[in-house]
Design a protein around this ligand. Structure first.
Ligand SMILES: [Zn+2]
Ligand SMILES: [Zn+2]
Ligand SMILES: [Zn+2]
Length: 238
């Protein structure tokens, strides 16, 4: 068996990277429950989803604020309300980031965490084929040529913005042409809740944390698909 502490991945050999990541995941599956009971993959992914929701809500509020400020007849109270909401989201982000570290720091360093760090060291890890498909099928920006998901990595002071659309994405709302009620958002978020043990959770956790697809031997880094934004099409259709 490979010594994970000294093993260096052969980046020129895709099969070895895939096999190594799988071994690292199996290591986690085989760990004694009492060692890993405090560390929750479910909670880690839920927390990352909530952080993306928060950053996308912030961005939507900023877009709305800019729109209102351009209009001469906007009520001052409306602008003030958005500014208050922005302050609240800023606080929420700070708290969620702290919660993320509470969850992440409960994972003791082991081959599993080495695998997660290795996969996520790629600046575009979240553009993995499985994660992009999930975004597109849920009506997210990966369905269109706007390039929002790819660009989120560049948001200042928002490390956890990197990732795909939630129902708070303003670009998605514009493309959809209608606003989703809070009830509808909650309903669909429950269906895709990463707190449950189901096929959806396994697909997302394997791809998000290790770059893996079950029963697939491809080099995870070859599954990163990051097409350039299709600005030409966007301008034609707007
Ligand atoms: Zn979107
Ligand atoms: Zn978009
Ligand atoms: Zn996306």
């Amino acid at each position: 068996m490979a010594n994970y502490l000294t093993w260096k991945p052969d980046l020129g050999n895709p099969e070895k990277i895939n096999a190594l990541q799988k071994k690292r995941w199996r290591f986690w599956d085989d760990l004694e429950p009492e060692i890993k009971h405090a560390a929750s993959i479910h909670r880690l992914l839920q927390c990352e989803f909530e952080l993306r929701e928060c950053t996308q809500r912030e961005m939507a509020l900023k877009d709305k604020l800019a729109g209102y400020q351009k209009k001469l007849d906007t009520e001052a109270g409306l602008i003030q309300d958005i500014k208050v909401e922005l302050l609240q989201e800023n606080k929420r982000y700070w708290e969620l980031e702290l919660q993320w570290w509470v969850v992440r720091s409960a994972f003791q360093e082991c081959p599993f965490t080495h695998g997660v760090n290795f996969w996520r060291s790629h600046p575009r890890w979240y553009m993995h084929r499985v994660l992009r498909e999930d975004c597109a099928r849920r009506g997210g920006c990966c369905r269109r040529g706007c390039g929002c998901c790819s660009n989120r990595q560049n948001w200042p002071d928002r490390e956890f913005a990197a990732g795909h659309c939630t129902f708070e994405c303003h670009c998605c709302e514009n493309a959809r042409g209608f606003e989703l009620s809070q009830e509808k958002k909650s309903f669909y978020n429950q269906i895709f809740d990463l707190g449950k043990d189901n096929g959806y959770f396994y697909r997302i956790s394997h791809s998000s944390l290790m770059g893996l697809i079950l029963y697939n031997d491809d080099n995870p880094f070859d599954l990163i698909d990051d097409p350039p934004p299709n600005y030409e099409t966007s301008s034609r259709t707007s």
